[in-house]
Design a protein around this ligand. Structure first.
Ligand SMILES: Cc1ncc(COP(=O)(O)OP(=O)(O)O)c(N)n1
Ligand code: TZP
Length: 525
């Protein structure tokens, strides 16, 4: 039986709002677009469970929607349910398979890759992967997985027909983030999402189900790469795109909200003004919502790892607005605290661009190929940076900008290599942070260019690869030009000259000076 797992309702009568009857709630949820129902009765005795299961079966039959029973094979047999859902300590799959009639569905709860592999081996039809987010519906015995851990579990399903739903704390507010984040590097995606409280605890389950369904369908359409052919980037198309963004930035002066470190706050604000944008360096959590509505891009740079609460809130609000979030995980490999903070941030919101040096991105990717000392990268860098950035972009589901003597940018498909820069950039503090600021400015331009487009199903509007390339070109070309000036005698005179060169930078100069190569529009694995 081909089952549509897209909106999988797990019941929970204890969560029904006062005065809401179970049958009405279930019927309305089905009217709203629920595609599978699991009856989960954790506190009922057998007779009560049986009665609820029978009523649920009758209602699901009206909608031709499959009914699954949680844990209890006997109840599933008694009501001729379409299948069972089994936890790790419930009846083993092979025993359940023997007891159930042929063709019945068996689902298994999985919270790690070994669970998934075993479920596949045992012949499960689908897996319920979670908990993805924190939930108060169930007392969890395993740690919360977080969105970024779902992809590796999904890749264990490659080449099988076993389906996967995500579960745990899924709400309309985090569903898009859940779907975008829960993709393996091989492109394996969730087949659906399982929810309890978002529908059951709602006074209007029809509307709640409809909202979830709408997000799922729009994500499915927006990310269907077969539907619209992708036009490959060329050097010319990138140049033209960067020039367009630069002109637009100077014309509209986008607001760039930067939560950054104390070392570079002032120079980042000045660089923002120099490129024609407008900086706001706000850090109070109370103002993150209002700012998210006004800004055109958000930069989160955790160089001095303060303001975590503001960083968590700001990214979530900006994701809701489909505006760019640029993440600069300064020195992420330096301490356990930084590593944990980066994971917490990246599990809370989706970055549009992650920018870092080799040491930082290696730490983020759990790679030992490059070492770091504090905020600096040590050694010659990655042996194959193009493949590294491409793979990390696929894993993090965003554009990756690897900075160094040569800069590399990838969206997971295209890899762009950039050759501008000057050694004096390495002699001032915070030049990497300035790259982050410039990327945020160009991403703001990219968002502004696309803001009136239909963004349904997308996490960010606009071409973030173009934004990342534009920002790097602007800063590195300005650096080259500043270093050539007769009034620059060393790092002290270099910094103001760099701001001047950003101020005077023209699109024509970027075209003339830019060393830009499209290395690949898809490198083989
Ligand atoms: C779709 C789906 N996924 C996971 C679970 C959790 O099942 P289990 O681990 O058996 O825990 P209980 O639900 O029995 O508390 C589920 N029910 N559905
Ligand atoms: C049954 C279950 N298994 C893992 S999390 C969970 C509860 C999910 O409930 P909610 O959607 O209300 O967070």
């Amino acid at each position: 039986m081909a089952v549509d797992y897209s909106l999988y309702l797990v019941t929970g009568r204890g969560l029904l709002p006062e005065g809401k009857a179970y049958n009405d709630s279930l019927r309305e949820a089905l009217q709203g677009g629920v595609t599978v129902v699991q009856v989960r009765e954790k506190k009922s005795d057998t007779l009560e469970f049986l009665q609820v299961a029978q009523q649920s079966k009758d209602i699901c039959n009206e909608f031709r929607v499959p009914l699954i029973i949680n844990d209890r094979i006997d109840i599933a047999l008694a009501v001729d349910a379409d299948g069972v859902h089994l936890g790790q300590t419930d009846m083993p799959v092979h025993v359940a398979r023997k007891l159930l009639h042929p063709g019945k569905i068996i689902g298994v709860s999985c919270s790690n890759i070994d669970h998934v592999r075993k479920a596949v081996e045992d012949g499960a039809d689908y897996v319920g992967i979670g908990a993805i987010w924190t939930t108060s519906t169930k007392q969890l015995t395993n740690p919360i997985l977080g969105v970024r851990e779902i992809g590796p579990l999904l890749s264990a399903l490659d080449g099988t027909s076993v389906k996967a739903v995500g579960i745990g704390g899924i709400k309309s507010t985090n569903l898009l983030r859940t779907l975008h984040g829960s993709v393996s590097t091989t492109g394996h995606r969730l087949d659906g999402v399982a929810v309890v409280s978002e529908i059951v605890a709602s006074l209007d389950p029809l509307r709640s189900a409809q909202i979830l369904k709408d997000v799922y369908v729009s994500w499915s359409i927006a990310t269907n790469t077969q539907a619209a052919p992708v036009i490959p980037y060329t050097v010319e198309s990138i140049r033209a795109g960067v020039v367009d963004l630069m002109r637009l930035i100077r014309e509209i002066g986008p607001l760039i909200h930067q939560i950054t470190n104390v070392v570079v706050t002032n120079q980042s604000a000045n660089a923002t003004l120099a490129l024609g944008a407008s900086p706001i360096m706000a850090t109070a959590p109370e103002e993150m919502y209002d700012l998210s509505r006004a800004l055109s891009a958000l930069l989160i740079n955790f160089g001095t790892v303060k303001d975590k609460e503001a960083m968590l809130l700001a990214g979530q609000f900006v994701n809701e607005e489909k505006k760019p979030v640029i993440f600069d995980p300064v020195g992420v490999g330096a301490t356990q605290f930084r590593r944990e903070t980066a994971v917490e941030l990246l599990n809370s919101w989706q970055a549009s661009v992650i920018k870092g040096n080799a040491g930082e991105l290696a730490a983020l990717a759990d790679s030992e190929a490059v070492q770091a000392r504090g905020v600096d990268s040590v050694g010659p860098g990655f042996a194959d940076p193009a493949t590294f950035v491409r793979n990390l972009a696929k894993k993090e589901r965003c554009v990756i900008a690897l900075t160094g003597v040569t800069d590399w940018v990838s969206d997971g498909t295209t890899v762009v290599k950039l050759g501008n820069g000057h050694r004096l950039l390495g002699d001032i503090t915070g030049s990497g942070c300035l790259v982050g600021t410039c990327i945020a400015i160009f991403c703001a331009g990219a968002w502004a260019r696309a803001r009136n487009e239909d963004g349904r199903g997308k996490l960010v509007k606009g071409d973030m690869l173009m934004g990342a390339v534009g920002g790097i070109l602007a800063l590195t070309i300005a650096g080259e030009r500043a270093a050539l000036r007769p009034d620059v005698h060393g790092s002290g005179t270099f910094l103001p000259a760099l701001i001047d060169e950003l101020y005077n930078l023209t699109p024509e100069t970027v075209v003339e000076w830019g060393q830009l190569y499209v290395v690949a529009n898809d490198i083989a694995e």
